[in-house]
Design a protein around this ligand. Structure first.
Ligand SMILES: CC(C)(COP(=O)(O)OP(=O)(O)OC[C@H]1O[C@@H](n2cnc3c(N)ncnc32)[C@H](O)[C@@H]1OP(=O)(O)O)[C@@H](O)C(=O)NCCC(=O)NCCS
Length: 199
């Protein structure tokens, strides 16, 4: 049987309650979480963008940037069930893709390097954690359930189920374990892929 697609509001309430022990009721989530407001507004600006009302879409998203301090370009593709905590200073670029159950904190940038054309912003796969003030730049992919540490700068793909920290961000855990052999292998692969894509 086909699984029923969950609605935006029920998913917003679910992820907020799951991720923030301070969230007590659905009403509190709907009224007091800037991330929920920004994501709801983005659905409208994305609709306008897709229907070629691009200036109106940009104006709508800028209006909500003023109220929430969260800037999401109307072109970005964001699934239901994304959780934004605090949110101030969060910037999501035009060609970014964010899948469900991703957690984004304040000060995060899903931005471009200024050197790429077309798809030039990150893709964040299901369940990834993007910690406060981390900067993810370029058309990179962060794999399922990966964790990006606070204030990391990420310019290369991040495999699924790993933790990366630092500047530039390096793998420090694989599925929560300090498995040095796997970490070294993954880092060699990441370095090779970075150099081949920057020839
Ligand atoms: C990265 C993070 C998600 C933890 O992931 P984890 O897989 O549990 O990793 P660990 O805590 O085991 O840390 C792994 C290593 O990275 C280091 N580390 C953790 N976070 C780091 C960071 N932000 N920058 C640099 N190093 C960091 C740890 O000291 C540890 O070092 P070691 O290998 O020398 O022991 C977490 O540390 C983090 O940054 N959380 C921030 C979440 C956030 O934004 N909160 C804001 C709420 S308002």
């Amino acid at each position: 049987m086909k699984e029923k697609k969950k609605g935006f509001w029920s998913e917003a309430i679910r992820v907020t309650k799951e991720n923030d022990p301070a969230a007590r009721t659905a009403l509190e989530v709907l009224l007091t979480y800037p991330g929920v407001k920004a994501l709801a507004a983005h659905r409208i600006s994305h609709f306008l963008w897709r229907h070629n009302l691009k200036l109106l879409a940009r104006m709508h998203s800028q209006f909500w940037r003023f109220w929430t301090q969260i800037e999401i370009h109307p072109g970005a593709e964001i699934a239901h069930g994304v959780f934004i905590d605090h949110g101030s200073g969060l910037v999501i670029g035009e060609t970014a893709i964010v899948e469900s159950d991703v957690k984004l904190y304040h000060g995060v940038t899903l931005g471009g390097t200024g050197k790429d054309k077309g798809k030039r912003h990150p893709t964040i796969r299901q369940g990834a954690l993007i910690s406060a003030h981390s900067q993810l730049l370029g058309p990179i992919e962060v794999g399922m359930n990966a964790k990006v540490g606070a204030s990391a700068v990420v310019v290369t793909d991040v495999p699924a189920e790993v933790t990366v920290v630092g500047i530039p961000a390096k793998v420090v855990r694989v599925k929560g374990k300090k498995d040095l052999e796997r970490i070294t292998n993954l880092e060699e692969q990441r370095e090779a892929s970075y150099h081949s894509s920057h020839l």
